[in-house]
Write a protein that binds this ligand. Sequence first.
Ligand SMILES: [Zn+2]
Length: 181
Amino acid sequence: MMFDDDILNGIKEYFDVRELVDKKTFTKYGQKSWQFLDLRMLHCILIIREEIYKGKKVQGMDTGLPITANTWLWGGDLDERGLRTNICDTVKGKTDDKTLYLSAHVQGKALDFDVKGMTAIEVREWIVDNHRLFPYKLRLEDKKKDRDKNSKTYGQMIPISWVHLDVYWLDKNSKVYLFDV
Ligand SMILES: [Zn+2]
């Protein structure tokens, strides 16, 4: 059992909030941006950050592996991998098209990330194998349709190359629920 403060203090050891929200949110809310991120989601990320390959000294580290989400903080172009607001490109586009958009990202319940030294497939397998570490049900995106016409696998379902984790809860879902998008 971890209390809310423990989760927040733990995750802040590894993440700047700018890695989890976009620039406009941070500009307006600064450190108060943490309030928009779901504690269950943060707790799952904290567990992965601290437990994945713990003790195996992968790349000289023995306390888990670094996780990358948004990169705009360092001049990168990724800024929608955590919270997505009404004026983020993805969400605004859906609204303009009058398309319903209920991604867990808009509720701060999802994070797209990479784990250093591991493929997304390896990370998903580790999460499934270690489902007992997690106090909550979680969902992982698995495969998507290849829309790259130059690709050999065009039109086929291919593994998603990043990890999307969210904490939407549905009675019928397994502890770790993999779904295609
Ligand atoms: Zn996602």
